[in-house]
Design a protein around this ligand. Sequence first.
Ligand code: AMP
Length: 429
Amino acid sequence: MSFETLGLGPNLLRSIEEVGYTDPTPIQQAAIPLIIEGSDLIGIAQTGTGKTAAFTLPMLETLERLTKDPARRGKTRALVLSPTRELVVQIHENVSAYARHLPLKVANVYGGVNEAPQKKALRGGVDLVIATPGRLMDLMGQGCADFSGLEFFVLDEADRMLDMGFLPNIRKIVKDLPKKGRQTLLFSATLSRDIEKLTKEFLYRPKTVEIGKRINPAETVRQCIHEVPKSAKLSLLKHLLHDNDLYSVLVFTRTKHGADRVARQLSKSRIPTSAIHSNRSQNQRARALQDFKDGKTRVLVATDIAARGIDVEGITHVINFDFPPNTEDYIHRIGRTGRANSQGEAISFITPEDHGPLRLLERKIRKTIYRKKVSGFNLSRSSSATKFKPYKSKESGKSSHSPKKNPRNRNQKSGNSRRHSGQRRSSGR
Ligand code: AMP
């Protein structure tokens, strides 16, 4: 199937060609015609499968078609809500690339930066606004936004927005949006039945597009586990980073403090590293992300919330320095690599406390993750090694350290064979 058959006009097809997409991804094939037809939609797909274009392309198509209608001029016609500032910036980059041949104005609204330009943009009548809920609420409270002509309302990463406690704000925002003539789209990588029920209050007779299983890590990501006592995690991380296959690495920690500590230690060991988390200023966050995208830093250490919007081309490895307590976070994290059909590897450090969440994850994804012994790394150097008991998977009933028995073993050493000769680019084009 080609983009031409999905109902997109020549201006958008031109931009799509310019950004280098040849074929629509499955979520785009399924969602684009339904959105153009006017349906409300719940879209569920794995991370990195092209969700952003799946909702922005048909939305831009419809906005362009009706752009000559004088009644619509000077009004905000589409609103996209997203959970993090980084994700807002990324969607904005994508939309700007897709809309470059369309007569539409697009603005960003998010916290942590001066609000004056955002107010000006809202008052000036931009066609499309991409926003985080908190800052948008503030500006709506100050009377800056006019959504009376809204045609599209999009909730992106809807599960995370609700997890992050944005539901009251979203409800208040939705109360001020017109009900009639508004098309609502809800996109998410994971969506529990409970959250889905809750979100239906915003949608009118939605169609659901579900690509892959509800809980399904990206297939382009190889996954493995290293058993390690807590006290040896940092040495293990440094040891792994001796391998140049780990070329562009996103490391996840549980806390902001932990992210700073790991980044500091790696920097001391002369590994170019920065950290991104919600205690850092917006400027620091933006710089950390840009340096990582440009290849100035090799490692970015992040907490879940800050990493939500990260879409950097060529992340070779995701390392769960701290294993996430819930499956959804695991899937989102590892989806930062292996994007758009490139190969990636996800490595998780597992301490005895993580055995419960790991078992739950393996049950949900119906797969035993490969336990890999790290060559050349001596666990017994660690002080807690004497108390350390490796995990036995219930699924396999085998010791976690049995690489010979794992058929995927042959592939493990190669890591990500993709090399970047020059600088990495942001995939936001
Ligand atoms: P998303 O799931 O929206 O975060 O997209 C993941 C990555 O896939 C981004 O880097 C997009 O630029 C890229 N992408 C989206 N659609 C396509 C497509 N049809 N062909 C190739 N790459 C795409």
